[in-house]
Design a protein around this ligand. Structure first.
Ligand SMILES: [Zn+2]
Length: 287
């Protein structure tokens, strides 16, 4: 799990084990909502909870993370909607004894696709909530959920991430690469799109070689990095800027490094020779 999007209030409630039976996660991406649901399940069940969150090492944490915990279940529509049969089948599991968890957690993804009979069956469950059990309704658009059911839930809104919006520009088979490009760009959508235009792999390869040269202070190692088109140089140096900025926070780079990369960018924009710019930059980063 890359980041924690679980609302702070809910996290606090989970820590004190005083939590509502029925929650509604809406907005954001399905992935954000799912990861938050799993984190919630971990906090409720972790055997050595840390101040920062679940330990990620105990058997409860590991089983939840890998989707193998018998008391933490995700329900997704089998067809285009979640029908009554799917809910009745699920209901049985909701009322079953806890296998090993302190709290059972059920997450119902795409809850806006519940049919009316299915939503009514679920409503019955929430009227007689089983003990130490949390049901999470997860939907992008809560308007599609039966109002009587929706109104019983404690609701949490997830903001739609810049990343998810941007990823929608790509087909399913390009998403993985696009996600990598977005990460490499330091979450800059325009730069990420430029990386996608030339391919993530060649970009990473070029940058890895560059940073190896810097680490080894091996000026001659720069030579295989050329020739280099101006447009590509601009992309690479922009990525370097994002990397140096991130490294600055972690103490891997200095303010002088960031300044040098900034000057290189400026040089490229002023139509300086890309090779010259990169060589000057490398010399400055050596110091
Ligand atoms: Zn744990």
């Amino acid at each position: 799990m890359e980041s924690n999007l679980l609302p702070a209030l809910l996290e606090k409630e989970a820590r004190t084990k005083k939590i509502a039976h029925l929650l509604l996660f809406y907005g954001g991406s399905a992935r954000d909502r799912l990861e938050s649901g799993l984190r919630l399940a971990q906090i409720l069940n972790c055997q050595s909870l840390l101040p920062t969150g679940p330990c990620q090492q105990c058997s409860a944490c590991l089983k939840i993370l890998s989707g193998n915990h018998p008391d933490v279940l995700i329900l997704e529509p089998l067809k285009t909607s979640i029908g009554i049969e799917q809910i009745l089948n699920w209901q049985e599991k909701v009322y079953r004894k806890h296998y090993e968890a302190e709290f059972k957690v059920f997450l119902l993804d795409r809850a806006d696709s519940l049919t009316i009979p299915a939503a009514n069956a679920l409503l019955k469950v929430t009227e007689e909530p089983p003990e130490r059990t949390v049901i999470i309704l997860s939907a992008e658009n809560p308007e599609g959920i039966l109002p009587t059911l929706r109104s019983r839930a404690q609701s949490y809104f997830f903001p739609t991430g810049k990343r998810e919006k941007w990823l929608e520009n790509y087909d399913e088979n390009q998403r993985l690469e696009a996600a990598g490009a977005f990460r490499l760009s330091g979450q800059n959508p325009d730069l990420a799109a430029a990386i996608m235009k030339y391919g993530l792999e060649p970009t990473k390869k070029w940058l890895d070689m560059f940073w190896k040269v810097i680490a080894e202070e091996d000026f001659l190692g720069l030579f295989p990095l050329f020739p280099l088109e101006k447009e590509l140089a601009l992309i690479y140096v922009q990525v370097m800027a994002a990397q140096v900025q991130a490294g600055l926070r972690e103490g891997r780079f200095s303010a002088a490094d960031l300044l040098a990369v900034g000057q290189a960018l400026e040089g490229l924009r002023k139509q300086a020779n890309p090779r010259l710019v990169i060589e000057v930059l490398a010399l400055q980063l050596f110091q």
